[in-house]
Design a protein around this ligand. Structure first.
Ligand code: FPP
Length: 231
């Protein structure tokens, strides 16, 4: 980082963790090998963000569209992610991390759903960084869900605030910076409402290779931006 740029730490970083499959393919390994290393990268990134004093970190782990992948890959991902989160709980306790799961977790097999929800409950009152993990998440589905909840209340006219308090992310401030790895320039149904004024950062690095140096590059790029929020 250049000595003249002062690092501005975003309050909320959101990350589309992409490129596990291509990382594995490049090494002639099965896709699941990429997801395994991707899990280590996730853990290291949570640690780094918490150490940097970031207040909120949101990661896109499994989208509504990901259910359409090969059954074996979906099962392997479910097991890897659920066991990974359970295994990481003691470290999250030590780091005072609050966990919030965003998405239609009811679609998960009961054993995984219960394990995940109980970790979330045990960490709910922590006061350090809030970690939001998007699982079975889709931005459009989140909005439809919010509107349906309002319709059930009998509402015929709604405000932006009404939608906000019915999103999975209710209570979480909008992301300041959205990062996507692996050289894809798409938003892929991620935080559609919440990212209205976010800064974007794209890198060619595949998710398993996204280390602290790459994270700092994203924050450095954010630090140089002038945010005007349409003003
Ligand atoms: C994208 O790579 C990644 C995923 C669909 C899985 C997400 C992440 C992890 C395994 C780590 C996070 C774990 C937890 C517990 C949150 P891809 O398969 O779409 O890669 P490709 O685009 O190269 O095929």
């Amino acid at each position: 980082m250049s000595e003249t740029t002062e690092l501005k730490i975003p309050r909320h970083i959101a990350i589309i963790m992409d490129g596990n499959g291509r990382w594995a393919k490049k090494r002639l390994l099965p896709r699941t090998a990429g997801h395994k290393v991707g899990l280590d990268t996730f853990v290291n990134t949570v640690d780094s963000c918490s150490d940097l004093g970031i207040e909120y970190l949101t990661v896109y782990a499994f989208s509504t569209e990901n259910w359409n992948r090969a059954t074996e890959e979906v099962s392997a991902l479910m097991e890897l992610m659920s066991k990974g989160i359970v295994k990481y709980e003691p470290e999250m306790v030590r780091k005072n991390i609050r966990l919030k799961l965003l998405g239609d977790i009811d679609r998960f097999e009961p054993k995984y759903r219960q394990a995940l929800r109980s970790v979330e409950e045990r960490l709910a009152n922590n006061t350090g960084m809030t970690l939001c993990i998007c699982l079975s998440y889709g931005g459009r589905q989140e909005l439809v869900n919010a509107v349906n909840r309002l319709l059930k209340e009998g509402r015929t006219e709604i405000t932006a605030e009404d939608i906000e308090r019915n999103l999975y992310s209710a209570g979480v401030p909008d992301p300041d910076l959205v990062v996507r790895t692996s050289g894809e320039y798409r938003i892929s149904n991620f935080l559609l409402w919440q990212s209205a004024y976010s800064e974007y950062y794209f890198t060619d690095v595949f998710w398993p290779d996204f280390d602290k140096k790459e994270l700092l590059k994203a924050i450095e790029s954010f630090s140089k931006r002038e945010r005007r929020f349409g003003r």
